[in-house]
Design a protein around this ligand. Structure first.
Ligand code: PGA
Length: 252
């Protein structure tokens, strides 16, 4: 049985005070959510404080990005994966479409970041997904499989249980336009097949694949009812504790 993961990506929102307030408001609202792992990803500057204030709770903290470098060095403006771990993060998101589109990250960057994150002991949420133009051209699966091949190159069997994939069609992110549960299911099943071919059917069976893109309290149940959807990566609707808690508590 794959344990679902519901992760909130706070992007570049919230001061330290706002991040702490939201995290503390969330804590009692999801305290009984044993059916899934609950993760929030605040900005770097709030990670340590939020993680300290959530100590002992069932909410884990994630970075939103990390350096391609495994060790410290002269890399102005970068934050290494082991530094995220050092301040209490358990997860890191890599290859988000905003990083790919706005900061020119390539599959090779994603691969280096994934390797650095794994080396530091973090669980890595690797994002993939096609643009609207690519979907309309009928090449969505080709795009996703080449992102998987490039971004996950060099993984060895012991790494696989610390990899989570997030399928986030770019056309659904922040647009209010969600993939239908069937569209998402189709791509998730495809990703699982690609993973099985690359690794093993056992590893593919155990792989958690999250859906991301305009996930809201009113569409989470339909998405989670699909057999290959194992959780969600939530942007906008994770910024308020109440709406994120409704998504986390989709079962009740
Ligand atoms: P959204 O963002 O839920 O606001 O569409 C999802 C994401 O970017 O991870």
């Amino acid at each position: 049985m794959r344990k679902p993961v519901i992760a909130g990506n706070w992007k570049m929102y919230k001061t330290l005070g706002d991040a702490v307030d939201t995290a503390l408001a969330l804590k009692p609202l999801v305290a009984n959510a044993n059916h899934c792992e609950v993760v929030i990803a605040p900005v770097f500057t709030a990670l340590k404080t939020v993680s300290d204030r959530l100590e002992g709770s069932n909410i884990k903290v994630s970075g939103q990005n990390c350096s391609t470098e495994k060790s410290e060095g002269a890399h102005t403006g970068e934050v290494a994966a082991f530094m995220l771990r050092d301040v209490g993060a358990k997860y890191v998101i890599v290859g988000h479409s905003e990083r790919r589109q706005l900061y020119s990250e390539t599959d090779s960057t994603v691969s280096f970041k994934t390797q650095a994150a794994l080396a530091s002991g973090l669980i890595v949420i690797v994002c993939v997904g096609e643009s609207l133009a690519q979907r309309e051209q009928g090449i969505a699966e080709n795009v996703v499989s080449s992102q998987l091949n490039g971004g996950l190159s060099g993984l060895t069997a012991p790494d696989l249980d610390r990899i989570i994939l997030a399928y986030e069609p770019v056309w659904a992110i922040g647009t209010g336009r969600t993939a239908t549960p069937e569209q998402a299911q189709e791509m998730h099943a495809f990703i699982r097949r690609v993973f099985a071919e690359r690794h093993s059917s056992g590893a593919a069976e155990a792989l958690r694949i999250l859906y991301g893109g305009s996930v809201k309290p009113d569409n989470i149940v339909g998405l989670m009812s699909q057999p290959d959807i194992d959780g969600a990566l939530v942007g906008g609707a994770s910024l308020q504790a109440e709406s994120f808690a409704k998504i986390v508590n989709y079962k009740s």
